[in-house]
Design a protein around this ligand. Structure first.
Ligand SMILES: NC(=O)c1ccc[n+]([C@@H]2O[C@H](COP(=O)([O-])OP(=O)(O)OC[C@H]3O[C@@H](n4cnc5c(N)ncnc54)[C@H](OP(=O)(O)O)[C@@H]3O)[C@@H](O)[C@H]2O)c1
Length: 316
């Protein structure tokens, strides 16, 4: 803890989306429990964070440069931040990737792992010696429901999130010996720039090496379904930030927390059937065979999540 009894929280990837909201949510904590180091790889993008932080800027929130893919950047940032003394780290920085794997090069795929897996591991590895010495710390990772259940055409992204889940699940056991907690926050779709960046990348690709049938499944079936899912059950980054702040405030933090109750049944399918067929076939049927059922289910969810409906069923 810092001298004032506040916890120092370092958040990665705060230029936009979930990271920005988590940093601001913690910095605005009414009890001023946190001193937030909000980091980003390109300080030229700090405007929206500084604006959202308002009076907290320079008080409970400071901005620092950190590229999780660079050893040098991580070392420089940590030596500047209270000699590397961090009580809570929120590993949020991440990249998405969608598309038929035939159209992606191995280098494209490596970039996703360099960020989502090795970048996160790099930050954790740099912080561990001090946390172990002090016998306290909390490592939070913004994972994804795709770290638990793969999704068609998100093959490499899901693999990178599975990888970090396996890494953290293993590490968490050892770290309890040092009174260090690990928590995986697993959002479903969240309406940030993440989806827009993916769509932009896809719009620039002509899918080299991909047959026409696969391209058609991706463009005419997957993409419209994905847009519909984001529009229907997509959460706000503020909601994910609140869940993350809640976990950080726990004395003995949970290891795993999904943020979206509407997505939970889909991740539960694989545990309900040990052959694994139920989840694979359910996803297949919903996407390729019963498009109408998929559409109707989302329509039903849209009604449930609509504020006027919620208002009618909530007790006054
Ligand atoms: N949005 C979703 O549907 C969703 C769902 C589940 C999980 N997640 C996870 O949530 C996290 C945040 O995503 P988001 O939705 O908030 O997307 P976002 O708005 O695109 O934010 C991603 C952040 O990561 C940063 N970043 C990327 N590479 C970096 C690097 N090498 N070093 C430091 N920062 C880097 C980006 O910085 P630049 O601005 O410099 O690129 C940006 O600040 C990711 O880990 C993502 O996998 C998102």
């Amino acid at each position: 803890m810092s001298g004032s009894g506040q916890k120092t929280v370092l958040v990665t990837g705060c230029s936009s989306g979930i990271g920005l909201k988590i940093a601001v949510q913690l910095a605005k904590d009414p009890q001023r429990q946190y001193q937030v180091i909000a980091t980003m790889r390109d300080l030229g993008k700090k405007g929206p964070l500084e604006e959202a932080a308002g009076v907290c800027l320079g008080s409970t929130l400071t901005v620092a440069q950190l590229d999780i893919c660079s050893d040098e950047s991580v070392a420089r940032c940590l030596s500047a931040v209270l000699q590397g003394r961090v009580d809570v780290v929120v590993n949020n920085a991440g990249l998405g990737q969608i598309g038929p794997i035939e159209s992606l090069t191995i280098d494209d795929m490596r970039k996703v792992f360099e960020t989502n897996f090795f970048g996160t591991v790099r930050v954790i590895k740099a912080l561990l010696p001090d946390m172990k010495r002090r016998r306290c710390g909390h490592i939070v990772v913004i994972s994804s429901v795709m770290g638990l259940q793969g999704v068609v055409f998100n093959d490499v992204y899901a693999a990178s999130k599975f990888a970090i889940e396996g890494f953290c699940e293993s590490l968490a056991v050892q770290l309890l010996k040092f009174n260090i907690f690990v928590s995986m926050v697993e959002p479903g779709p969240v309406n940030t720039e993440f989806e827009a960046k993916l769509m932009e990348e896809v719009s620039r690709s002509d899918f080299p090496g991909t047959d026409a049938e696969t391209q058609s499944y991706f463009k005419d079936t997957y993409l419209p379904a994905s847009r519909e899912i984001f529009a229907t059950i997509g959460q706000s980054p503020e909601t994910v930030a609140k869940v993350t702040a809640d976990i950080i405030s726990m004395e003995r933090p949970d290891f795993r927390r999904q943020t979206n109750p509407f997505y939970t049944p889909l991740t539960a399918l694989k545990y309900a059937d040990k052959t694994g067929n139920l989840s694979v076939r359910t996803f297949y049927n919903l996407l390729f065979r019963h498009g109408m059922l998929f559409h109707l289910s989302l329509g039903f969810l849209k009604c449930l999540t609509c504020s006027c409906f919620r208002g009618r069923i909530s007790p006054t």
